[in-house]
Design a protein. Structure first.
Length: 299
């Protein structure tokens, strides 16, 4: 059962544990600490931060509370560890980062804190999520000075392609660049799929039945192959847009499908091995039967 305000005892315990947590990080990075932890830098920790974030998202998606608790702790560890590295270098302190975050939260919620710096951009009381987000953007641009040549510049170039596609589309939609309805988005997916098919036929006419390579036998770039690549990209972009308009996060959806494929395929592998069935194209029917069996079992 949720309460309107946090439990004071829980807050006190969080402060106590966070202090202990920071002291642990200080020890790990101290001269007498762990050799591995002392060698790390913000750059070397990037991959770990991304991986732990994905693992936390997966635990939340699976509604595995115990796992979510663990993985969110790992995300916090990576965030705090990297922040402390900057603190050791004299760039900024962990306290600086937390203070800036808190100030930003208050500034961007003038409908909660009327005296905040963002109050000048409050257009009445923000009563819906869309009104809050619109107000948020005005504060970012007019109070925080985060104006750019294009609204798309607000999307980091380093995002994974699927995530970046969704973010680019969301930003463009804020400027009114959006399909009027979901049916139009679906029609675009179908159009792009047809163009992929056309590009595939062009590739087959140029390469025959041979496996398509980026360069032909003369070492020249295979333009037909590049055309297929371009059209596949357009198709994926259209699917991401359709997914977004349905209120589905494409990365979360694809991750769920990846996990489902893993469960079912490993089931097929185990069953074929136990029954001494060769795992090759000549035994595809047996594999398909086991795949259907895995689906029936709810895997």
């Amino acid at each position: 059962m949720h309460s309107d305000y946090p439990n004071p005892e829980n807050t006190e315990n969080a402060v106590k544990e966070f202090r202990r947590f920071l002291e642990t990080i200080h020890t790990l990075r101290s001269p007498c600490g762990c050799p591995w932890d002392k060698e790390q830098t913000p750059l070397s920790m990037r991959k770990s931060l991304i991986e732990e974030t994905f693992e936390a998202v997966d635990a939340i998606t699976q509604e595995d509370v115990a796992h979510a608790k663990e993985e969110l702790g790992d995300v916090l560890l990576n965030t705090a560890m990297i922040s402390y590295m900057y603190e050791q270098d004299g760039a900024f302190t962990i306290a600086d980062s937390i203070r800036e975050l808190t100030d930003k939260l208050i500034r961007r919620h003038p409908h909660v804190w009327p005296q905040s710096q963002g109050a000048s951009q409050a257009d009445g009381k923000a009563e819906t999520s869309s009104e809050v987000l619109s107000q948020w953007e005005r504060i970012k641009q007019n109070v925080e000075g985060r104006k750019s040549d294009s609204i798309l510049d607000e999307v980091p170039q380093g995002f994974p392609p699927l995530l970046r596609a969704a973010k680019l589309q969301k930003k463009a939609a804020k400027k009114g660049f959006e399909w009027e309805n979901i049916s139009e988005a679906l029609q675009k997916v179908q159009e792009e799929l047809a163009e992929v098919q056309e590009a595939r036929l062009e590739l087959e006419n140029n390469c025959g039945q041979e496996s398509p390579f980026l360069k032909d036998s003369s070492g020249n770039v295979n333009k037909a192959q590049l055309h297929v690549e371009e059209e596949i990209g357009d198709l994926l972009f259209a699917v991401v847009n359709y997914s977004r308009m349905l209120g589905v996060d494409p990365e979360t959806a694809l991750n769920r499908t990846n996990q489902k494929f893993y469960r079912r395929f490993t089931y097929v592998e185990r069953q074929m091995e136990q029954n001494k069935i060769p795992q090759d194209k000549n035994h595809l029917k047996e594999a398909e039967h086991l795949w259907t069996e895995a689906k029936t079992k709810g895997l």
